[in-house]
Design a protein around this ligand. Structure first.
Ligand code: FE2
Length: 275
């Protein structure tokens, strides 16, 4: 087991991806957004309640697809986009690594297989990919959370790979982490069952204070690896520059994957490893 990872709950690996690889991924993401018709998403609904129900369904059925999601602040009161479409998308998710050849090339990397094994995940299975735009001015905040909330396995094995596709710093909404916080309990579970979807509080341990948060300021090409229990957040992006990142979430095939996790793979579309 990598000692630094065991101690801190995260690793920062500069220059993991080169400029050409980053450019290819960015170009492909731009093409997906260009082809995206906002009418397919939760964009245009008459009532708040209808919007909520439809956007939830749009999310919950996206695990085996490639879909675009809007920033919360993308629309004004009249329902019109405040910025051009390409500057209004919050993210693309959640199976590009299996469905899109350009994303697949970026995601299937033997070095990631070795890395997974080095941090104790013997049989990595990649369940989710997300291209996160963190748009200029409206890039939304993501409050304190642990990624294991969304990928419950017994034991906890979910690990996040966070690739910086642009420089990320305090001005444009970089990641903030609690060093060593992966040794604290899981606070919340996101559960989907017959009764619907909900966030359940399972432990009353408070989230870290502001003083307990450490900014992860990195250059494009850096890979940040973090443990599924590491508390982290990112602030809104009020700057004039975007902060693109690409993330992958993998679990160990040897662990029990909860049937109540929102993201389920069908037998015909199993999660695969890095090689
Ligand atoms: Fe996260």
């Amino acid at each position: 087991m990598n000692e630094r990872f065991a101690r801190d709950g995260f690793l920062i690996i500069p220059d993991f991806k080169n400029a050409g690889e980053i450019a290819a991924l960015r170009e492909r993401a731009a093409a997906i957004v260009d082809a995206f018709d906002p009418a397919q998403s939760s964009a245009v609904f008459t009532t708040r309640e209808e919007a909520k129900t439809k956007s939830e369904a749009y999310f919950l059925t996206s695990g085996q697809t490639i879909r675009c999601f809007f920033e919360e602040e993308a629309f004004d009161a009249s329902g019109a986009l405040r910025q051009p479409k390409e500057l209004s998308i919050n993210k693309i998710g959640h199976a590009m690594h299996d469905l899109d050849p350009v994303f697949e090339r970026f995601s299937r990397d033997p070095r990631l297989h070795d890395l997974a094994r080095e941090i104790g995940v013997a049989q990595p299975r990649v369940y989710q990919s997300m291209y996160i735009f963190k748009q200029p001015r409206i890039g939304g905040e993501v409050r304190w959370h642990q990624d294991a909330t969304y990928f419950e396995t017994e034991p906890v094995t979910v690990t996040t790979l966070w690739f910086a596709l642009e420089r990320a710093d305090r001005t444009n909404g970089c990641l903030w982490v609690q060093r060593g916080g992966h040794r604290t309990p899981l606070r919340e579970r996101f559960v989907v069952d017959a009764a619907g979807s909900r966030l359940e509080r399972v432990d009353e341990t408070p989230w870290p204070s502001d003083e307990g948060a450490e900014p992860v300021e990195v250059e494009a090409g850096t890979l940040v690896v973090f443990h599924g229990l590491l508390p982290h957040y990112s602030a809104p992006n009020r700057s004039e520059t975007s902060r693109h990142a690409y993330t992958l979430h993998f679990v160990d095939a040897g662990a029990r994957y909860a049937a109540t996790n929102w993201l389920q793979r069908s037998a015909a579309f199993p999660a695969r490893g890095f090689v």
